[in-house]
Design a protein around this ligand. Structure first.
Ligand code: ABU
Length: 584
């Protein structure tokens, strides 16, 4: 007669050891053993009422000898059937365990160690390997099928999770690859990564000193040092989740400074307010206008020259026109490093105009702000100390991991006065410590991720000199790239002498080289960059972006932001674009 027994075994994964334990269980089932077996760190409780009854076997494994924590992530109920001398698994299903839903790290050492090893092997060690692909491209439907993205009712084994992480890495873009020159961020900085990991392991929120004592002081110190680079003798600042938020913060402070009653009455009773920025400014200025209730019509776009810099005379003219219309100018935004051309607006001249008209002057240096750390290139931001506020994203030109954006102002109290709402459950004034260290009410966020540690750790590791050398290298690479492009007949610069490290150019395939430069030429050229881009993504060899701008046909924008990029890499970019485009 066949005997059926049921074993309920909790295993973190079907490792060799678990497999051995399972075999051991099978043996004892065959022998109809009952009672309790205690192994090193393994507790196997076996109850049996009779030969025909179900056996319940439970295993708890702990990763350290002195830990009694039940930590199994995975519980699998296995139905065993004994057929003569053979024990077969006839059914297997996953069941919940007590530990499954607990957010405790203890006992997950192997899983976490394996994850870190995976990060090291598949991301960090491959980051500088030019033979690796920048991207293993899959179309959305193909990728969806590969990834099995829907969360399920029952959790999965560590082994499965690790294989999922491996797939996630495989199909993600390797932005640390020196051939990723697509965006205003890139690189994989080791100290930045270490800072990110420690930040995430500590998982705190930056709003009060009590939850973030070290990071509060660290943020204060780093922001003060950044203000020194700007040239402010006093002031304030805050880390924001991205440059757009820093710019929105600037607009809110600007309005508050001119009309403090906004905080109580909102926009009611205010005259129509107007802000001025470059026609090539980042679109977050327009969005700030939507969010804060000004609308497109009152975000006035100032004309730029052929290099992409604001024409100050047009700014002056537009301010006067606004006044003549009976509207109220309140803010001027200069851009230090426009998104596409990398142009630096005439910061000093715009400061003069803003001061003359009594307007809040903001410099959006999200992209270019990093030049302040280079004695050779900081001239690009001459006059920035005259700005009321500055956006500066260390996650861009300085290569700090995303995201790391700072809003800095020379006004000591404006952030607090403009944003504070005095939540009594968070900012109790009768706390036992100096509550001026609770920074949460300086912003419109509540919870705030710690963004300072990765930057601080990089700064400690490299020193200001290291950042300076990084910036100088990027500008040197830019010079080399421009020189190489100028040597070639098949490439043409869009901006002859870039202000920043954005290199904008067209590739002109042989089929267009002798064509007159009329509408047909530009129309055909417009289609070249998208085709070349498709080719490089499908092959995974590099990533560089393209776009039209003003009335210019699609052109490439190569961003040099990773100081690991070499002259050889830049030769590769040129040859690769030619390889992909020569038959178009
Ligand atoms: N915040 C602008 C970033 C866009 C870009 O990387 O091209």
């Amino acid at each position: 007669m066949e005997t059926e027994r049921f074993a309920n075994i909790s295993i973190t994964d079907m490792s060799d050891e678990s497999q051995r334990d399972l075999n051991d269980l099978k043996q004892r089932l065959m022998k109809n053993e009952v009672g309790q077996t205690k192994q090193k760190n393994k507790y196997l409780d076996i109850d049996s009422e009779s030969e025909d009854s179900a056996l319940s076997l439970q295993e708890s494994s702990a990763s350290t000898d002195d830990s009694e924590t039940e930590c199994a992530l995975e519980s699998t109920q296995i139905q065993l059937q004994q057929r003569g001398n053979k024990t077969c698994i006839v059914n297997r299903r996953k069941v919940n365990t007590k530990a499954k839903f607990q957010t405790i790290p203890n006992g997950h050492d192997k899983f976490l160690t394996d994850t870190f090893q995976l990060i090291m092997k598949e991301i960090v060690q491959k980051a500088g390997d030019r033979s690796e692909k920048v991207v293993d491209w899959k179309a959305p439907e193909e990728l969806r099928a590969l990834m099995d993205l829907e969360p399920k009712a029952v959790g999965e084994s560590h082994e499965k999770l690790l294989s999922r992480l491996q797939d996630i890495i495989k199909y993600s873009v390797k932005t640390g690859h020196p051939h990723f020159v697509n965006q205003l961020f890139s690189s994989l900085d080791p100290y930045g990564l270490a800072g990110q990991i420690v930040t995430d392991a500590l998982n705190t929120s930056q709003y009060t000193y009590e939850t973030a004592p070290v990071f509060t002081l660290m943020e204060e110190t780093v922001l003060k040092t950044m203000r020194d680079y700007i040239g402010y003798t006093e002031g304030n600042g805050i880390f924001c989740p991205g440059g757009s938020i820093s710019n929105i913060m600037a607009m809110n402070c600007a309005r508050f400074k001119m009309f403090p009653q906004t905080k109580k009455y909102g926009m009611f009773g205010l005259p129509p307010l107007v802000v001025y920025t470059s026609e090539l400014a980042h679109y977050s200025i327009k969005k700030a206008g939507y969010l804060l209730g000004f609308g497109d019509d009152n975000v006035r776009l100032v004309k730029t020259d052929s290099e992409g810099r604001i024409i100050p005379e047009d700014l002056e003219k537009q301010i006067q026109e606004t006044k003549d219309e009976g509207l109220t100018p309140f803010m001027v935004v200069a851009t230090a490093g426009t998104t596409v051309f990398g142009a630096f607006d005439p910061i000093e001249k715009m400061a003069e105009i803003s001061e003359k008209h009594g307007l809040w002057y903001h410099v959006d240096g999200a992209w270019g702000g990093g030049v302040l750390m280079s004695r050779q290139h900081r001239y690009l931001m001459k006059g920035v100390e005259r700005a009321d506020s500055v956006t500066w994203n260390p996650h861009k030109l300085l290569g700090v991991p995303q995201q790391c954006s700072c809003f800095l102002t020379r006004h000591v109290k404006v952030l607090q006065e403009c944003h504070r709402a005095d939540a009594k459950y968070l900012f109790q004034k009768d706390k036992f410590y100096d509550t001026s260290y609770d920074t949460g009410d300086k912003t419109f966020q509540c919870g705030r991720k710690v963004d300072v540690l990765k930057y601080w750790l990089m700064w400690k590791a490299k020193g200001s000199e290291g950042f300076e050398q990084h910036i100088n290298r990027l500008f040197d690479n830019t010079k080399y790239m421009v020189e190489q492009l100028n040597k070639r007949d098949d490439f043409r610069m869009v901006v002859e002498k870039p202000d920043c490290t954005n290199v904008c150019f067209w590739y002109i395939p042989p089929s267009l080289r002798n064509m007159p430069e009329g509408p047909e030429f530009w129309d055909k050229l417009h289609k070249v960059a998208p085709k070349v881009k498709e080719g490089m993504i499908r092959d995974g060899t590099m990533m560089i972006t393209y776009q039209p701008q003003k009335d210019l046909s699609n052109f490439f924008r190569l961003v040099l932001q990773n100081s690991a990029t070499t002259y050889e890499d830049m030769d590769f970019f040129i040859n690769e674009i030619e390889r992909l485009g020569k038959d178009l």
